[in-house]
Ligand binder design. Structure first.
Ligand SMILES: [Fe+2]
Length: 295
């Protein structure tokens, strides 16, 4: 990608083409610069004062899919990365053997959470006829495992949250309730047209990838996304609990607002234990096997 975001001054970032957060403090979210779209108060941020200004670092997780071991490992790692907030992009449940635990844990650690299609499926809010047989079976199993309170929590999740300087959604902004995938430049174009700011975080495909608009839309599979010089960026943060890019390591992102960069982190977890639990629960064997290979 080649953009030199790290080490640049705020002025240089402003002049580089990437539209930074619209605020007098330069790198601090302003609730008035777009606000929160769907029924949520702006999160309470705990910025760090550092030389040269405030800094905010967001950890962004997605597609946990009831995988306790992966979620615990990711939370532990985030704890070492000096992050101020944890955001979750949905699909907390579905496929994995511990949906209730994952709902409770996300509820504890994250103030900003959007709904995924598997969360909606567990609620019966979408038709699961289009799911494959494994996903359907896991959905029906998950539905039985969640308490009324946990189902209510999922039911209350918004589809889109506009954080002011960036937006989060599970699938796409084109029609968030349809949970379309962003897999091509054209898909990315449709969402970029709907973006009220320069940066959007998504999940859903379980494949970490960034779509970048400068003069044209390109994509990057690099773990480091430097935002300076870009007009619009969509970052898929990958999946915590069921990666599908032939890499079984759990995936999540850290967005450093001041540095204008996003880093994709991949970390090991006890995959065998998660797989074993899936088998013990009587869920499809395929769901255990795919964790091993990341597909
Ligand atoms: Fe998912």
């Amino acid at each position: 990608m080649g953009q030199a975001g790290r080490g640049r001054s705020e002025f240089e970032i402003l002049g580089s083409g990437f539209i930074p957060p619209r605020t007098s403090r330069g790198c601090f979210d302003d609730p008035d610069a777009g606000g929160v779209e769907v029924g949520r108060d702006p999160p309470h941020l705990k910025p760090h004062w550092i030389e040269g200004g405030y800094r905010v670092r967001y950890a962004i997780v997605s597609d946990v899919h009831g995988n306790k071991e992966a979620l615990d490992a990711v939370i532990e790692r985030i704890g070492t990365l000096d992050c101020d907030e944890i955001i979750c992009l949905g699909d907390i449940v579905g496929y994995g053997a511990e949906p209730g635990y994952c709902v409770e844990r996300i509820r504890e650690i994250s103030k900003v959470v959007v709904a995924g299609n598997h969360d909606y499926a567990a609620l019966g809010k979408i038709n699961i006829d289009y799911f494959n047989a494994h996903a359907r079976r896991a959905t029906l199993w998950t539905r039985e495992k969640l308490t009324p309170e946990q189902l209510q929590y999922l039911n209350d999740l918004p589809l889109v949250v506009n954080m002011g300087s960036f937006t989060v959604v599970h699938g796409s902004l084109e029609s968030p309730e349809l949970f379309d995938y962003i897999q091509t430049s054209y898909d990315a174009f449709l969402t970029m047209q709907k973006m009220q700011n320069s940066l959007c975080f998504i999940g859903h495909s379980h494949v970490p990838i960034a779509f970048l608009l400068k003069d044209v839309i390109t994509f990057s599979l690099e773990p480091e996304v430097l935002l300076a010089g870009l007009a619009k960026v969509i970052v898929n943060v990958g999946s915590v609990g069921q990666p599908r890019d032939n890499n079984p390591l759990a995936s999540f992102a850290v967005y450093d607002v001041k540095e204008a960069r996003v880093d994709i982190h991949r970390i090991p977890y006890d995959i065998e234990k998660s797989a074993e639990k899936i088998l013990e629960a009587g869920l499809p064997e395929f769901l255990a096997e795919r964790l091993m290979v990341g597909r």
